[in-house]
Design a protein around this ligand. Structure first.
Ligand code: 3EB
Length: 327
């Protein structure tokens, strides 16, 4: 009986595989549908689709155990993993500090109630991210509310996870969160100051994310979830207004992070993106997408990329790349 998976311990590690446009079996812990017009079921980011190699990104598990919704949060649970999504109307006039605090508090409460409080990956989307001056910029206010909620939940800086925060024009704030019963392994980028240690000049509270989070898989592999990565070195933006130079810098940042991950996790396979890696490019100006796509195709031939139109959280950044890969 012990070998029958139905009677196995519920908290045994659950394999998580991220696939583009899946054709094989498996159940979706989360499925992101990028193409706005398509009636495909799945999570919408509220960002215009620019093109690329896939239209849905499916975070697959062998079996789902449970799902539900309530209090503005929808969730799915599989073994020791929990995926949660929250959204609220935000027409750009709502205070993003209050809204982020409310959203994160609901998500973190639910994760704690499910005994899966460890943060593994977060995505944040909100309209007009760069509107507002100085500390009142909507992104900075979002960071403030997020940080306050995380702090109140007792989450310490080393327990933050990989993240993405992007602006759009759809009138909703959306937060997606992957959590688990056991912590992931966070990796910082040797070329960059940890975002949670950015100096005060970038806002009242630093952005709450790790550069990457690795999740050990039951088969011994590592799933590596890489945060939105931009042309930031140290804590400063480099190459303002120069798309190609920003892409070169992002490529260096990603290579450094992959190298660091491979070394820290003793997984040489993580040194570069393999054929199964999935990249998302968030591009501020849609006309820049072909150049972004071509740059990534040269840097990592054969790797799948999807392009989305979105505003990066610093006004001087033109593009940001996130990734998920295994090794
Ligand atoms: C940067 O390196 C770029 O606030 O959650 C990237 C990923 C960025 C996540 C976030 C912000 C966030 O600072 C911005």
């Amino acid at each position: 009986m012990a070998s029958d998976p139905r009677y196995g311990p519920r908290l045994q590690g659950m394999a998580l595989e991220v696939q583009a446009d899946p054709t094989v079996d498996g159940q979706a812990l989360a499925s992101f549908a990028f193409e706005d017009a398509a009636p495909a079921p799945g999570l919408k980011l509220g960002l215009p689709f620019l093109g690329g190699d896939f239209k849905t990104e499916c975070w697959q598990v062998e079996r789902l155990d449970n799902e539900g919704c309530g209090d503005g949060v929808s969730w799915r649970q599989a073994g020791d993993l929990l995926f949660l999504s929250w959204q609220a109307r935000d027409d750009g006039t709502v205070n993003p500090c209050k809204l982020a605090e409310e959203g994160y508090t609901r998500l973190l409460n639910l994760a704690r109630d499910h005994q899966q409080p460890c943060l593994l990956r977060a995505w944040n989307f909100l309209p007009d991210i760069n509107a507002g001056e100085g500390d009142l910029e909507r992104y900075r206010q979002f960071c403030l509310g997020r940080a306050m909620s995380l702090e109140r939940a007792g989450i310490n800086l080393p327990e933050l996870c990989a993240g993405t925060a992007i602006g759009g024009h759809d009138p909703a704030m959306r937060i997606f969160l992957l959590t688990g019963s056991r912590p992931g392994i966070n990796i910082e980028n040797p070329r960059q100051v940890s975002a949670y240690r950015y100096p005060r000049i970038y806002g009242p509270r630093s952005p709450s994310f790790a550069r990457a989070t690795a999740l050990p898989q039951p088969d011994g592999q590592m799933l590596l979830m890489i945060s939105g990565t931009a042309s930031v070195v140290g804590h400063e933006t480099l190459h303002e207004g120069d798309l190609i130079a920003q892409l070169d810098e992002i490529e260096r940042n990603l290579r450094a992070l992959l190298g660091e991950s491979a070394a820290r996790l003793a997984r040489p396979g993580l040194k570069t993106f393999g054929p199964d890696a999935l990249l998302r490019a968030y591009v501020r100006y849609r006309d820049d997408w072909p150049a972004v796509r071509d740059h990534l195709a040269r840097a990592w031939p054969g790797v799948s990329v999807v392009g989305l139109e979105g505003d990066i959280c610093r006004t001087d950044l033109l593009v940001e790349i996130e990734a998920v890969c295994a090794g």
